[in-house]
Design a protein around this ligand. Structure first.
Ligand code: B12
Length: 221
């Protein structure tokens, strides 16, 4: 029965049909499928299917990413509140856009994908200075800082990832807190993430899920 639900849910998110996806989930609940199974046997596998299709270059569109991330995040949040026991969160990420950058769509998609993978996300919003990224990461005991930058100068600027890296180094936090970046400039120049001192970058929200899960493991070793 769960396979049928996964197939129907997956088809709905690939069709960017939010209503149909939510209906599939409602019906699954009515049939008695527990919230835990809906998250771990439907939502999380559907994100993995999208990851796989991305890596096989059957690239889903921005609309598919966006809708998948939003629905996955919405369903996960609702279901998690109904879990019999609190689920194990695999890690914590502080995310925001760099100083001067008001492009927030990509960050929202990334946040949705991470939440669906049981990663807690603290979203600092737009126009976030380097110091705030680090202060919040320390205060929230985060494993990873994610800096989203859509313009070349907001990616390369001293108060973006470069600034975060410097503060992490000055405060001897580099082993404990990892730094991930993303946004259009990193797609144009695949080595830019190294130039700005990041540990990793990701081309889209789905790949961000894989990359950030790996960084969490590294930070927790
Ligand atoms: C939509 C858009 C806007 C909207 C933003 C609306 C919003 N609320 O977000 C508005 C109209 C406000 C806007 C304004 C401007 N924009 Co604009 N904008 C775009 C546009 C067309 C799409 C961006 C977008 O949303 N993409 C869709 C999302 C899903 O993709 P994404 O952001 O890349 O995110 C994915 C990945 O990058 C990755 N990712 C993103 N963040 C992160 C973070 C981490 C940690 C990880 C791991 C991964 C990751 O995962 C995401 C999800 O799949 C781009 C063009 C482009 N090709 O990107 C220009 C673009 C980014 N804008 C540009 C410019 C110049 C501007 C303005 C300066 C224009 C102006 N003269 O006013 C202003 C600047 C405003 C500011 N201070 O930020 C330029 C930047 C050029 C450059 N070389 O720096 C671009 C590239 C257009 C161009 N070709 O000229 N913009």
């Amino acid at each position: 029965m769960i396979d049928r639900v996964l197939t129907a849910f997956n088809e709905a998110i690939f069709d960017t049909d939010r209503e149909r996806a939510l209906r599939v989930i409602r019906e699954a609940e009515q049939e008695g499928i527990p919230p835990e199974d809906i998250v771990f046997k439907v939502v999380v596998p559907s994100i993995h299917i999208m990851m796989k299709s991305t890596s096989e270059r059957r690239t889903p569109s921005i609309a598919q990413h966006f809708v998948a991330a939003q629905i996955a995040s919405e369903v996960t949040e609702t279901m998690v509140s109904r879990f019999a026991r609190s689920p194990e969160i695999i890690g914590r990420v502080v995310i925001g856009t760099s100083v001067g950058d008001m492009h927030g769509l990509g960050k929202r998609i990334v946040s949705g994908c991470l939440k669906a993978l049981m990663i807690e996300v603290i979203d600092l919003g737009l126009n976030v200075p380097a110091e705030r990224f680090v202060d919040e990461a320390v205060a929230q005991n985060a494993d990873v800082i994610g800096v989203s930058s859509m313009m070349v100068h907001t990616a390369r600027g001293p108060s973006a990832a470069l600034g975060v890296r410097k503060i992490l180094k000055d405060r001897a936090l580099e082993r404990r807190i990892k730094l991930a970046v993303g946004g259009a400039p990193y797609r144009f120049d695949h080595d830019l993430y190294r130039t700005v001192g990041a540990d990793a970058w990701a081309e889209d929200g789905i790949i961000a899920g894989t990359v950030i899960s790996a960084l969490i493991k590294e930070a927790r070793q």
